[in-house]
Design a protein around this ligand. Structure first.
Ligand SMILES: [Ca+2]
Ligand SMILES: [Ca+2]
Length: 291
């Protein structure tokens, strides 16, 4: 049984910016909940993720609040007491973004919103607030390696070779680069390159051909993805589950083993360390510069 909320002094200021403060099960070093304006934030316990009890949720299949047969954030929010009773300290929400759903939501077409089948951004905020109110942190899935081919960035990128978004993805005149890289979905894909008939060139995809890889050698891509993560952190989410990070960056001749072929560990890891720092220090480092 999860500890019940216990309101007690935590030294928070009563100046109106923090309307109330209380801790959850302070005797077990649970995080401190602080209300800042419209947000309920969990603070303290810097290493909270190390011994978190994480409950993985696919919103679509968890609880349907409006009877349309599809789970949604209102349904999830209504079941938070149940999740709390399990003793959970963090909920990991699988991809919930707008998507053509050709890869169960791992094909994202908008990083700053909620798939309409699951509700609205306001529904997400209400779920987040309800989780924080129970001392439960929220980790969201961040699929950073690739987007859907329906993402507006890719639609622009493929529109012409001189489009401003052209270098946001990994393009080539040939399909011979990074030769030898493992193909993940051998049952559907013949190559990690796909021919684009619109701009008449090849684009790199580590997963399905409808999931073009973003180009992390482009500083504009890195900055925009940091901005995406800031967007969710500023809403109050507590962390990310970063999908497919071994594949973020392409380099010739950097095959390390069968699972990290074609990826240079050093540049990927350097940026992951930054992301970790960003997440762990959220609310205290804005504005920041990225490497
Ligand atoms: Ca529903
Ligand atoms: Ca990549």
């Amino acid at each position: 049984m999860a500890p019940k909320l216990s309101r007690e002094s935590t030294g928070c200021r009563g100046d109106g910016s923090h309307q109330h403060c209380y801790s959850v099960g302070a005797e077990t070093q649970r995080p401190v909940i602080v209300r800042e304006g419209e947000q309920l934030l969990l603070k303290g316990q810097a290493g909270w993720y190390k011994d978190a009890i994480i409950y993985q949720v696919h919103v679509r299949s968890f609880s349907d609040s409006n009877g349309d047969g599809i789970g949604d954030f209102q349904g999830l929010a209504q079941r938070l007491d149940y999740v709390q009773e399990l003793g959970v300290t963090a909920i990991w929400v699988m991809p919930f973004y707008p998507s053509p759903l050709r890869d169960d939501g791992y094909d994202i077409s908008d990083y700053r919103s909620v798939h309409p089948s699951y509700g609205t951004l306001e529904d997400f905020k209400a779920f987040l607030s309800g989780a924080h109110d129970r001392g439960i942190r929220v980790i969201i899935e961040m699929v950073a390696n690739h987007t859907s081919d329906q993402h507006p960035w890719f639609l622009e990128s493929r529109a012409s070779r001189d489009n401003p978004k052209r270098e946001w993805y990994v393009w080539s005149d040939t399909d011979t680069g990074y030769r030898g890289t493992r193909i993940i979905f051998l049952d559907t894909e013949m190559s990690n390159w796909a021919w684009d008939p619109i701009s008449k060139s090849y684009y790199w995809h580590r997963f399905f051909s409808h999931q073009p890889d973003l180009n992390y050698d482009n500083p504009a891509v890195r900055e925009e993805m940091w901005n995406v993560m800031k967007f969710w952190l500023e809403l109050g989410v507590d962390g990310f589950r970063l999908d497919a990070v071994p594949y973020l960056i392409e380099r010739e001749g950097t095959m390390i083993n069968s699972r990290v072929q074609c990826c240079s560990r050093r540049p990927t890891n350097g940026r992951l360390i930054f992301v970790r720092t960003l997440v762990m220090r959220t609310n205290s480092i804005w504005p920041f510069t990225f490497p």
